[in-house]
Design a binder for this molecule. Structure first.
Ligand SMILES: Nc1ncnc2c1ncn2[C@@H]1O[C@H](COP(=O)(O)OP(=O)(O)OP(=O)(O)O)[C@@H](O)[C@H]1O
Ligand SMILES: [Mg+2]
Length: 599
């Protein structure tokens, strides 16, 4: 309950912050539109009473006109309120999106993005953040109006027939609880349907994604994906429809009960008139009050149910923006790397109940020197890279940046000192210049720096020769600003762009390259390895490659095997030791032997 109140408070504050003027205007309009119908009903009563008692014509006509004017005014104000509400709603959606995504983008770690539960929460939070403040505010608005109206009519009713008034108000209590229970079910249904809706989106994107389109055609996956998409959708709708059916049944029962109370009230009132206790004006007022009171109460209660469901969903938003679902950021800025980056008995697994990926890794990447990392697929090389960037924290052991635990450093300042090409680098749907520029957002428009990095990565000529040079969109699904079509790059060209991106930050103390030449042709790989050696001068480097020849001149080569450091040393030492590295190196060398080459 307290959590619910906090959530409502948060939603209302969000509404207030988003557009204070709209909030105040709405509150004023609420009071006015709540009071006007009571005035109109009163005028009608005076008219009927006047007619029955033979009051002077100008008075009767005056009240009739006043009643009509009040009625018309309340309709106009209703439209005005709807417009102001729309303004407030847009402002709230923007403010909520801003807050939610600032928080999500600020997560220190990346583990939440790999959790299905987090994805579900994010989807619900997104949906609720757009709706909740608006639903809660408009509930507050209509509830405010209804309460005023209900109170007014209840006062009228109490003076005319207290027992009927009491009966009506008492009947509202069970309805309140029933509506709240329905709300809980509706929210639970939305939560239960969400994973299915997400699955639907996934298969939908597989049916339309360019890359998936190729495999989907060669393997004939279209029917499979379509069936899974429809299956997920069917499941989601089944959950929602079941909840909807229950709600419709219960609401119908409530409507019948209301009708019974209304009928009883009408009978009582008619008997009063027949006995001469009530005038004809009283009768119209009584019936009007009865219908309005009951309608008002039911509307408030039904809306309360609606708002209850929304508040529960908005709880996901509140929890997301209120807590950091991820690692805790350290406070100290990372100093320049003078000694090195050290892994000290690092144990890591991706899930608390998962298998160990790193099992007591100890190694140092000394400042200004190059370390090569070798190992079979799944040995844990890329995992080591992700830990160095503090995307995750080790479960045991420490990672030290110049002797300081990276957990004590501000993650942003640590990452400012690192340049990286990840194994699964991004190909952004942006222009060629921006695709490199995002490597250092302060240089997004620094053409010279961008072209310099592109030259080092051996991609400058290719990009300059595109239809619009560096301003060409590198996308087949988004057109450029003036609608011109984008260009497509080859796999190896994209890898060079990713390399250029990492080189743009030329003041980074540590350059991490995870398989930077995997997609390059032999000559390009050879040239790039040399170019990178120059570009790296003065900085530490961690180079991961299955092409062992690229690592030959690394000061230190580390062989990772099953999450432990199996061998460590320079090329000559490791070859002399005749272990795993020597075996792998000889294997690769043998593959390249050819009598005709040697001759
Ligand atoms: N995000 C993740 N969640 C769970 N497990 C993961 C995740 N990423 C990697 N793993 C697991 O961790 C192990 C090590 O993976 P990692 O990517 O570090 O290997 P690698 O040495 O870089 O291999 P490769 O040479 O193929 O790039 C693998 O068994 C993999 O299944
Ligand atoms: Mg890897």
């Amino acid at each position: 309950m307290a959590a619910g109140r906090r959530t409502v408070g948060l939603a209302l504050r969000l509404g207030w912050r988003a557009h204070p003027a709209a909030a105040v205007t709405l509150a004023l309009l609420t009071v006015l539109t709540g009071l006007l119908p009571i005035g109109a009903a009163w005028c009608t009563k005076v008219v009927f009473d006047g007619l029955a008692t033979g009051a002077p014509a100008p008075r009767v006509i005056g009240f009739a006109v006043a009643g009509a004017v009040l009625g018309g005014l309340s309709v106009v104000l209703g439209y005005l309120a709807a417009q102001v509400n729309a303004v407030a709603q847009a402002a709230v959606a923007l403010a909520a999106g801003e807050e939610l995504y600032r928080r999500v983008a600020g997560f220190v770690g990346i583990a939440p993005f790999e959790e299905p539960a987090f994805r579900d929460r994010l989807a619900l939070a997104e949906q609720a953040a757009q709706q909740a403040p608006q639903v809660i505010v408009s509930f507050a608005v209509t509830a405010g109006q209804s309460v005023l109206r209900v109170a007014g009519f209840a006062a009228v009713l109490v003076t005319l027939n207290p027992s009927i008034a009491a009966l009506l108000l008492a009947a509202a209590v069970p309805e309140l609880f029933i509506q709240l229970a329905l709300a809980r079910r509706r929210a639970a249904a939305a939560e239960a349907a969400n994973p299915s809706f997400r699955a639907r989106t996934l298969f939908q994107s597989l049916l339309t994604d360019v890359r998936a389109a190729r495999e989907s055609r060669i393997f004939g996956l279209g029917d499979l994906f379509r069936d899974r998409m429809l299956g997920a959708l069917r499941q989601a709708y089944a959950v929602e429809l079941r909840a909807g059916r229950q709600a419709a049944l219960v609401q119908s029962g409530l409507a019948l009960a209301s009708a019974a109370v209304l009928a009883a009230g009408t009978v009582v009132a008619l008997r009063g008139v027949l006995r001469g206790e009530l005038g004809i004006g009283d009768l119209t007022l009584f019936l009007g009050a009865l219908a309005s009171l009951q309608g008002g109460l039911s509307a408030v209660l039904a809306q309360l149910g609606e708002v209850g469901a929304t508040v529960r969903l908005f709880g996901h938003y509140a929890r997301l923006v209120g807590t950091d679902a991820s690692l805790v950021d350290g406070g100290r800025p990372a100093p320049p790397l003078r000694l090195g980056l050290t892994f000290e008995d690092v144990w890591f697994r991706y899930r608390p109940d998962g298998p160990w990926v790193l099992r007591g890794v100890t190694l140092t990447i000394p400042a200004r020197s190059l370390v090569g990392l070798v190992g079979v697929n799944g040995a844990g090389k890329s995992t080591l890279v992700k830990l160095a960037c503090r995307f995750y924290d080790p479960e045991r052991g420490r990672i030290l940046w110049d002797g300081e635990d990276v957990r004590d450093l501000s993650a942003a300042s640590l990452r400012r000192r690192i340049g990286a090409v990840f194994q699964d680098f991004m190909a952004y749907d942006l222009t060629a210049a921006e695709n490199i520029g995002v490597g250092e957002p302060t240089r997004l428009h620094d053409t010279d720096a961008i072209r310099g990095a592109a030259r080092t990565a051996r991609i400058d000529e290719t990009l300059a020769a595109l239809p619009r040079g560096y301003a060409t969109m590198l996308s087949r699904i988004f057109a450029g600003e003036d609608g011109e079509e984008g260009a497509a790059l080859s796999g190896g060209q994209w890898q060079r762009v990713a390399l250029a991106r990492s080189l743009l930050r030329d003041d980074a103390d540590l350059l991490i390259l995870d398989e930077p030449t995997a997609a390059l042709d032999p000559q390009a790989a050879h040239e790039l390895t040399r170019a990178l050696r120059q570009a790296r001068t003065g900085r530490a480097g961690l180079l991961i490659s299955h092409r062992l020849s690229a690592l030959r001149d690394a000061g230190l080569i580390v062989v990772l095997d099953g999450g432990v450091v199996a061998e460590i040393g320079d090329h000559d030492t490791l070859m002399a030791a005749g272990g795993a590295y020597a075996r792998l190196f000889s294997l690769q060398a043998a593959d390249y032997q050819d009598e005709r080459v040697r001759a």
